[in-house]
Ligand binder design. Structure first.
Ligand code: SAH
Ligand code: SF4
Length: 369
């Protein structure tokens, strides 16, 4: 049953201030409450001791700080942690923490399932179920911070970066994702810099253009192919927004983003998109542009027809790009033992809406602009 209380989690600062104004409170009260929620991780209004008794009582009556419920937690031997969070009675989404030497990255989900049906993605294979709301998106960061804080407090347990690379297409859920990002960036929220929040998209061009102006965070684009024939097959949204249109939007985005690099993700699929000729095509598209490339070794999942390219093939592909002066890194696979890698965030979606490929599918995906 849904609660009648207002969930404060995920409300951007202006909306918090509006709420408090409606209650006849000063705007700084809203900011005080945000500090308690985000900087101190408090969900109990009684602990917010710098607020008056009357306000605390009103908050307890009319509002709440309600993150999604944790269903399970898996710790990998390499330090990666994966949480499954409840997103409905039969559904789960996944959040992954990846500690590295110089940073701690939290990979969060934006939808339950995904309608875009990329042929090599297990989230896509589930079909679309529903959009997460801002509280569920911000709640993933809030919960992970709380869980990490509960252990030994070392720097490798700090979330320094957030990537929207978990389940779902974040730009197909623009209305909830952008307010959630605003909370992540806010000085009274998680105080992350816009360079440390990365949104990954398969290429919804109108939403990329909108994001450029409204919430210019780091952008990663799932390219995976350097010609339209192949990309149409791997990333079907390409039929609506082909590569040339997508790249134009990327360069315009980079311009508004102080000409910082856009990351292009390229999943290496054996015998499909991994030849030297493919690398040359990609180099031609990205040469002398504000672009860097992230090569992702394909992560197989049950039922897939694809295979991961051998390391030597990935290295050869990378060398072609490096020779063209394009910064290229190969992403290390993390959390293999707990199925926490890219494209394996399958969750449990029992009530599947298998939305078939075609124009109808795409309208489902973009309805939330
Ligand atoms: N929907 C967004 C973000 C989530 S997917 C997007 O597509 O960008 C995050 C990244 O993982 C994308 O680059 C996606 O193409 C890649 N990916 C999906 N399935 C994968 C798999 N099985 N192996 C490796 N990478 C995969
Ligand atoms: Fe959706 Fe991204 Fe998977 Fe494509 S790769 S199906 S856009 S989650």
């Amino acid at each position: 049953m849904s609660s009648p209380k207002i969930n404060l989690l995920g409300l951007p600062r202006e909306q918090m201030e509006e709420l408090f104004a409606r209650w006849g409170e000063k705007p700084f009260r809203a900011r005080q409450v945000m500090k308690w929620i985000y900087a101190r991780g408090t969900s109990d209004f009684e602990q917010m001791t710098d607020l008056g008794k009357t306000l605390r009582a009103r908050l307890a009556e009319e509002a709440e700080v309600r993150p999604p419920e944790i269903v399970s937690r898996h710790d990998s031997t390499d330090g990666t942690i994966k949480w499954a969070l409840r997103a409905g009675s039969e559904q789960a989404i996944e959040t992954v923490f990846i500690p590295e030497e110089s940073r701690g990255t939290l990979c969060i989900s934006s939808q339950v399932g995904c309608a875009l049906d990329c042929s090599f993605c297990s989230t896509g294979a589930q079909g679309f179920n529903r959009n997460l709301d801002s509280a569920e998106i911000v709640g993933q960061v809030w919960l992970a911070r709380r869980e990490l804080g509960a252990g030994p407090s070392t720097t490798d347990r700090v979330i320094s970066n957030v990537v929207l690379m978990g389940m779902g297409e974040p730009l197909a859920n623009y209305r909830a994702v952008v307010p959630a990002i605003k909370v992540m960036l806010d000085d009274y929220g998680f105080e992350l810099s816009r360079r440390r929040v990365t949104l990954s998209t398969s290429g919804l061009v109108p939403q990329i253009n909108k994001l450029a102006v409204e919430c210019n965070v780091a952008l990663a684009v799932s390219l995976h192919a350097a010609n339209d024939t192949l990309r149409d097959e791997l990333v079907p949204i390409n039929r609506r927004h082909p590569i040339a249109e997508l790249l134009d939007a990327c360069w315009a985005y980079a311009k508004l983003y102080a000409n910082r690099h856009i990351t292009f993700e390229y999943t290496m699929l054996e015998g499909v998109n991994d030849t030297v000729e493919h690398a040359r095509q990609l180099a031609r598209l990205l040469k002398n542009k504000p672009a860097k490339v992230n090569l992702i070794p394909f992560n197989p999942f049950p039922g897939t027809r694809y295979k991961r390219s051998p390391q030597a093939t990935i290295d050869r592909f990378r060398q072609v790009l490096l020779d063209s002066g394009i910064i290229t890194v190969t992403r290390r696979t993390r959390g293999d033992d707990i199925d926490a890698a890219c494209g394996q965030l399958a969750g449990k979606v029992n009530d599947r809406t298998r939305v078939r490929l075609g124009s109808k599918m795409i309208s489902v995906a973009v309805q939330n602009l």
